[in-house]
Design a protein around this ligand. Structure first.
Ligand code: AMP
Length: 295
């Protein structure tokens, strides 16, 4: 496995990669969710490229950029064990020169949900991913369902700017209590981690209502909120139902697939989770069809 941290070394090493290249982009502090993406890339491509970069542009001033967990040696060992060929680990100074002045703004799909909760976040995400796509030139990229809006924003950008690549969406990897894995789960105390189990539980409650025939978004959202209300330390930020393709809010009962998303604060940490309804759609093929795809 080759590890590079300059643009020149990356370009040289990228040119030397053979055949079809699969890529996974991360902020490090790796967990089984990240490695699941790498395993898929490894199984399906001649070469696997990954990046580790905590992108300052996507954090607001009061967010956790400086506290975000960092452990490069452990991350590299995990990538090596998973069979990665090339890792790019740039510094913020390398990615953003002092006179940096370009950004990528994906308008409509960035507006709601996390975009509303974190103004400017998706502009930071789209800008860094455009740079990483240009730098790494992948044939196929692997993203996680965990950040469903992020992948919709990136797909829109890839289409609008003609990046010649495919976007695969892998189902959310979960802890034993079904909590969605996240590098930020490291911030949870044992009690908060236990309380956080309410989030997947609430999603399951809505999935069950859906299965029983409920199609009214307002009722499905109420089912989620009812379960969350049982956990006193959980503070709901939003529970929303959107069209998974364009993220428009859905208000009327429909048989079309729904994206149920929620953000819940448990103590300081903010937890995100989502699911497609009907629940059987939460598999790689359907997730990729609805949230991912190609140009
Ligand atoms: P991050 O390091 O959090 O920026 O995530 C890097 C990639 O891993 C993104 O495509 C995420 O959506 C994906 N990812 C993060 N957590 C999970 C998870 N629990 N299951 C599957 N993919 C994930």
């Amino acid at each position: 496995m080759q590890v590079v941290n300059t643009i020149e070394a990356l370009r040289l090493a990228r040119r030397a990669l053979l055949g079809r290249v699969g890529a996974v982009y991360t902020m490090g502090a790796l967990h089984a969710g990240h490695i699941g993406l790498v395993n898929a890339a490894r199984a399906e491509n001649d070469s696997v490229l990954t990046t580790i970069f905590i992108n300052p542009l996507q954090f607001k001033a009061n967010e956790d950029f400086t506290r975000y967990p960092r452990d490069l040696d452990r991350d590299l060992a995990m990538f090596e064990a998973a069979g990665v060929d090339l890792v790019f680990t740039p510094t913020p100074e390398l990615m953003y020169a002092p006179d940096f002045q370009t950004s990528v703004r994906v308008s409509r799909v960035s507006r709601g949900l996390e975009g509303k909760a974190r103004p400017g976040h998706f502009r930071g995400v789209a800008t860094v991913v455009a740079k990483l796509f240009n730098l790494t030139q992948p044939d196929i990229t692997y993203f996680g369902q965990k950040d469903a809006q992020q992948v919709v924003v990136i797909r829109q950008m890839a289409r609008d700017l003609n990046f010649p690549l495919e976007i695969v969406v892998m189902p959310t990897a979960r802890e034993e209590n079904n909590l969605a894995m996240s590098s930020r789960n490291a911030y949870l105390s044992p009690e908060q981690r236990h309380a956080a189990g309410i989030v997947p539980h609430a999603i399951k409650a809505a999935a069950l209502e859906y299965e029983k025939g409920e199609r009214r978004p307002i009722r499905l959202i109420a089912a989620v909120r009812e379960v969350l209300a049982r956990e006193p330390v959980a503070r709901v930020d939003y529970v929303a139902i959107n069209n998974p393709r364009d993220l428009r809010p859905i208000r009327k009962a429909t048989e079309a697939p729904l994206l149920l998303s929620l953000a819940v604060q448990v103590g300081t940490p903010r937890l995100l989770d989502n699911a497609l309804l009907p629940y059987a759609l939460n598999n790689r093929a359907d997730l990729t069809r609805l949230l991912g795809g190609s140009e």
